[in-house]
Design a protein around this ligand. Structure first.
Ligand code: ADP
Ligand code: MG
Length: 713
């Protein structure tokens, strides 16, 4: 077990190293570089990936005081209004309307344009300049720096020109570029937040609030601060904030987001309710039973946030390129200026190099991978599939084979104890010992044994030195007597014996497709518990879809060969190995990986944790409640094996989208830079093109959302 723990922590450790500062409060993309931390009234300190998200979050969140939001919009409005007027006034000058006689009027208009553009530079340029300075202090040249340099150089040059009585001013360019970039950032941020908008209800587990009943009446407090014993009021339409029990009221509750059950459940006083479910019809008063931070809802929210935090390797690569790209663009702009100034006037050389600066902002490059990955993670989360980090999606897209555990994975995990064979002991005595050993076990077999013992009203023994041997069974002592329950391998492991009577039972049962569990004490087997298990209703279809998609499928079971082969045949897997101990399952996964390539292991986390860690992607089918103890990369909702082909498809679509995005971003930059450097693009057109390219990446990524709804499961 310690081996398992260390490999899990290694795996988790390497993921943690890749973790970023956090996720953006607005678009939930990982914050790769500097990030912006701001205290937003009513919501505490929030982290944003860029100025656009900061802006969009402030505008979009009602928590803020209205006056602040209004002031923000007024600022953008003023900036845009002034920029339009500057553009119109500049057109008057360009059109040559003024004759020599109007020289004074023309000068006055230039001063007016200068006067109008100064507040725009302060209002709209301020945030870019501030971020550029922050980056510079950490010796980083950011995209904000490119915009700031372009704006400040053009503004500075134009101011000097205005003072010197020249008409060669570019205030219109300065202000238009700022308006385009501000609106562009805002649109970008809004587009990105579309990607994960559907996840907002899940994040409420950490940021939302609820009405708690106190002796002074109702009090609204943060959900994360609610403790057991507190009483809450939940009105129709509201999400239930905590796991608890209803003490007053009747209602229907939609539990789809937590349990996957789509039809509403009727609740009455005494009913249990889960955090995150939606109260549909009546007012409920409930009492919290577990701390809010431990509810499944909160666990899902935390795990989702963690998974969004870590950048994938493609993303890290793109970020590295972007970090080289930005200083490269600056160098290119300076180079362009120098080359142009050899045989062109200063002002023309400056405009061309400014266009290079503006057009080459690698915003699209930075968006290409994280956006698609984030959408992928959120699509999975919407169906209750949680993923450890985005990098898993990358690996998943290259899957060549899928290995399944048997009990609880390809079978329903609710085996039925239908026969007990004994030697000289009674059935009840054998069952009593078995149930006493299984009481703390999570193995599906244990539940069936306990159920039968309860039906027969058997009292259980108290045990000492209880020891579970993964993949074999359990041993312990009752009043000094050594007792054990498990497979026949367990009996061999203990070096105990099979009596003649038990051996003849075994011989008769040997070729039957049953799971056999030995109950033994004092060195010999006393009884055999015989179980049937049932195929998961979707198992056959899942294997068929995977095989149709060209995947290799395998069954790796710890159970006997006869039943494992029968199940393998029924579901149609390509390959089966049985009677495997946990470490033998690991070796089998390794062998299959060497033969076929990237392997997924699907299991329920019981006796297959090591194999889940060993596989390229480990998928657990045990439901989000067990998330904390999982060794898996992906956790499916309970009974969610039918989602496996869909999960793989999503990962492949995400990968395709990233490749298209990256190819698009690179071609855009190559073409746009060439046009700008050769003087074919005006700075304003360059800014427009730049914003359009980012929006194109966003639209292409958002396409993933509609694609997923068309995919069948
Ligand atoms: P599978 O690979 O089919 O999911 P496991 O590896 O969990 O099966 O278990 C393999 C075999 O070990 C079981 O079929 C059973 O005979 C025995 N075994 C494991 N754990 C227990 C337990 N807690 N009680 C009884 N038998 C057990
Ligand atoms: Mg199992």
């Amino acid at each position: 077990m310690s081996e398992l723990n260390s490999s899990i922590s290694e795996k988790l450790g390497s993921a943690a190293m890749r973790k970023t500062k956090g996720t953006c409060s607005h678009c939930h993309l990982p914050v790769m570089s500097l990030g912006i931390e701001r205290n937003i009234a009513g919501t505490g300190t929030r982290l944003f990936c860029c100025y656009g998200c900061h802006l969009a979050f402030q505008v979009g969140h009602g928590y803020m005081e209205e006056s602040t939001t209004t002031w923000l919009l007024i600022r953008i409005g003023i900036g845009a209004f002034l920029a339009m007027n500057i553009m119109l006034l500049s057109l008057l000058i360009y059109s040559g309307t003024f004759s020599e006689a109007d020289r004074l009027v023309q000068r006055a208009i230039i001063y007016l344009i200068w006067l109008l553009s100064t507040p725009v530079v302060i209002i709209l340029g301020g945030p870019f300049i501030r971020e550029a300075i922050r980056g510079a202090l950490e010796t980083r040249i950011t995209t904000d720096a490119l915009i700031s340099i372009a704006v400040l150089v053009a503004y500075g040059y134009s101011s000097v020109a205005a003072i010197n009585g020249s008409d060669d001013v570019y205030f219109d360019t300065v202000t238009m570029v700022l308006v385009l970039f501000t609106v562009g950032r805002f649109l970008e941020a809004s587009g990105r937040s579309q990607a994960v908008r559907d996840l907002e209800p899940i994040f409420l587990a950490e940021h939302g609030s609820a009405s708690v009943i106190t002796k002074d009446g109702l009090k609204v407090i943060q959900i994360s601060n609610i403790l057991p014993g507190m009483q809450l009021r939940c009105i129709p339409g509201e999400r239930i904030a905590v796991d608890g029990v209803i003490i007053e009221g009747y209602s229907d509750v939609n539990e789809a987001s937590i349990t996957g059950e789509s039809s509403p459940a009727a609740k009455k006083p005494g009913s249990l309710v889960s955090a995150g479910c939606i109260n549909l019809s009546g007012v409920l008063i409930l009492e919290c039973s577990t701390p809010a931070s431990e509810s499944t809802w909160a666990i899902i929210s935390r795990s989702l946030r963690e998974s969004l935090k870590s950048p994938t390797s493609i993303q890290q690569l793109a970020d590295r390129w972007a970090s080289i790209f930005v200083p490269g663009v600056l160098a290119l702009a300076i180079g362009t200026f120098l080359v142009w100034s050899v045989d062109h006037p200063f002002s023309q050389s400056m405009t061309v190099s400014l266009a290079v600066l503006v057009v080459a902002c690698p915003c699209a490059l930075g968006l290409a991978a994280p956006l698609a990955t984030t959408i992928g993670i959120s699509l999975l989360a919407e169906r209750g599939c949680l993923i450890r980090d985005g990098a898993v999606l990358e690996v998943l897209a290259t899957t060549k084979g899928v290995a399944f555990d048997k009990t609880g994975t390809l079978t329903t995990g609710s085996p039925e104890l239908f026969m007990i064979k004994t030697g000289i002991e009674t059935e009840d005595e054998v069952l009593r010992v078995a149930a006493s050993l299984e009481i703390a076990s999570l193995h599906p077999i244990a539940a069936a044994i306990i159920l039968e013992a309860t039906n027969r009203n058997l009292n259980l023994y108290s045990l000492v030195n209880h020891k579970a041997i993964p993949g074999l069974g359990i041993e312990a002592y009752v009043d000094g007597v050594h007792v054990a329950v498990g497979s026949s391998l367990m009996i061999n492991h203990l070096d105990w014996e099979f009596s003649d009577q038990i051996s003849s039972h075994l011989e008769l049962l040997n070729d039957k497709p049953y799971t056999l569990v030995m109950v033994a004490w004092s060195g010999s087997v006393r009884g055999i518990l015989v179980f049937t298990d049932f195929l998961h209703p979707q198992a056959h279809k899942v294997i068929k879809v995977l095989k149709d998609d060209g995947m290799f499928t395998a069954l790796l079971s710890g159970d006997r060969t006869t039943i494992s082969k029968k199940i393998a045949q029924d579901v149609g897997v390509d390959y089966v190995e049985a009677a495997l101990l946990p470490n033998e399952k690991v070796a089998a996964v390794e062998r299959l990986r060497n033969l076929y390539g990237c392997m997924i292991m699907v299991g329920d986390g019981i006796n297959d944790g090591l194999a889940l860690v060993e596989a390229d992607v480990g998928i657990a089918v045990s439901g989000a409640t067990d998330l904390a103890r999982e060794s898996a990369d992906i956790v499916l909702p309970k009974d969610g094996i039918h989602l496996i082909p869909w999960v793989i498809k999503i990962s492949q679509e995400v990968r395709k989208t990233i490749i298209v995005n990256l190819a698009g971003a690179f071609s855009y930059n190559a073409i746009a830079i060439s046009l700008a450097a050769t003087g074919w693009l005006q700075p304003v057109a360059a800014a427009l093109l730049m914003v359009t390219s980012s929006l194109a990446i966003i639209i292409n990524s958002l396409r993933l959302k509609s694609l997923s709804s068309k995919m069948t499961m």
